[in-house]
Design a protein around this ligand. Structure first.
Ligand SMILES: [Zn+2]
Length: 269
C-alpha cells in the first residue's frame, strides 16, 4: 500500500500528490492548467479529471500503467511521476548503438550532460490532457488508436508552439534523434501495429509516438487548429478506415498524408 495522498487546491481540477511532493505537484498542475486554458480557447469547454503526481511508493495504487513515471490518462485521472523516471533513460539506451556523434552533441546541448530528459517528460502532461478531446467511447481498431495519439500529440505541439515556444527544442530534439536513429530494429513498426506496441517494449511504443510527433509538428505548421478539429471530428464520427483517415488528413496536408502511407520511411524533421 502507498501513503496517504495530500490534496492541493488552486486549479480548475483536483490535484493529489504523494507526501513531500507538493512543490513538484504545483509545477505540474500549473502546466496542466496552462494547457487546459489554451486548449479551451481552441476547442471550447472540455473537462479533465483529477491530476495525480505521485512517487514510487504510490504508483501501483494510483496508476493504470506499470512503468513508473510514464504519464498516462484514464477516464478518472491523469497520472504523472513525482520523481524523474528511469524509463526515459531506457528509451535513450535502446537507441544508443545507433546514435551519431552529432546526435549525442545535440542531446547534451538540449538536455544537459549527463543527458536527462526531464524537461521533455514534464511536457507530456499536456499530451495526456489532449486525450480528453476525443471522449471515452472509443473504437479499439488500429486506425482509431493512432488517430487518438496523433490528436494528443497535436494538442501538445500546438500548446508548445503557441504558448511556450522556448520548449520546442526540449520537446522535439529527442523526438528527432530517436526517430532518425532506428526503424527496422523494433518488434512492431507498421502504423497499424501501434496498438500492439502499447503492450510491448516501452521504447518501441515511444518510437511510434515520436514518429507521429514528427508528422504532427508539420501538421500544426500547415493546418493549426483546423487539424485539431479535423481529428476530433474523425474520432467522433463512424470509425474510419485507414484510407479514410489518411485521406482526411491529406485534405489538410498532402505531404503528411503521403508520409503516413509510407510509414515509417520518412525522415525526422
Ligand atoms: Zn497518448
Amino acid at each position: 500500500m502507498g501513503n496517504q495522498l495530500e490534496s492541493l487546491e488552486g486549479w480548475g481540477f483536483p490535484v493529489h500528490v504523494s507526501p513531500g511532493g507538493a512543490a513538484r505537484g504545483r509545477v505540474i498542475a500549473d502546466q496542466a492548467e496552462r494547457m487546459v486554458t489554451w486548449l479551451r480557447s481552441v476547442t471550447g469547454e472540455f473537462k479533465i479529471p483529477p491530476l495525480y503526481v505521485v512517487g514510487r511508493d504510490d504508483w501501483d495504487s494510483v496508476a493504470a500503467f506499470p512503468v513508473y513515471g510514464m504519464p498516462h490518462e484514464t477516464p478518472d485521472r491523469v497520472v504523472v511521476g513525482q520523481e524523474p523516471a528511469e524509463f526515459w533513460d531506457v528509451v535513450l539506451d535502446s537507441v544508443e548503438p545507433y546514435l551519431t556523434a552529432a546526435d549525442r552533441d545535440e542531446l547534451r546541448r538540449v538536455y544537459g550532460d549527463p543527458v536527462s530528459l526531464g524537461r521533455f517528460a514534464d511536457l507530456l502532461v499536456s499530451h495526456e490532457i489532449g486525450h480528453y478531446l476525443h471522449g471515452q467511447s472509443e473504437g479499439t481498431d488500429p486506425t482509431s488508436f493512432w488517430l487518438r495519439e496523433m490528436l494528443a500529440n497535436l494538442a501538445l505541439q500546438g500548446y508548445v508552439t503557441e504558448v511556450e515556444p522556448a520548449l520546442e527544442d526540449p520537446l522535439l530534439t529527442v523526438v528527432r534523434v530517436v526517430w532518425r536513429s532506428t526503424g527496422s530494429s523494433w518488434q512492431y513498426s507498421a502504423l497499424t501495429d501501434m496498438h500492439h506496441a502499447v503492450s510491448g517494449s516501452g521504447p518501441n511504443y515511444v518510437w511510434f509516438e515520436f514518429g507521429l510527433q514528427t508528422l504532427t509538428k508539420r501538421l500544426w505548421q500547415s493546418s493549426g487548429v483546423l487539424a485539431v478539429h479535423t481529428l476530433i471530428d474523425l474520432l467522433h464520427g463512424p470509425v474510419p478506415t485507414q484510407d479514410e483517415a489518411i485521406d482526411a488528413i491529406g485534405k489538410l496536408d498532402p505531404e503528411v498524408a503521403a508520409d503516413l502511407r509510407r510509414w515509417p520511411a520518412f525522415p525526422a524533421s
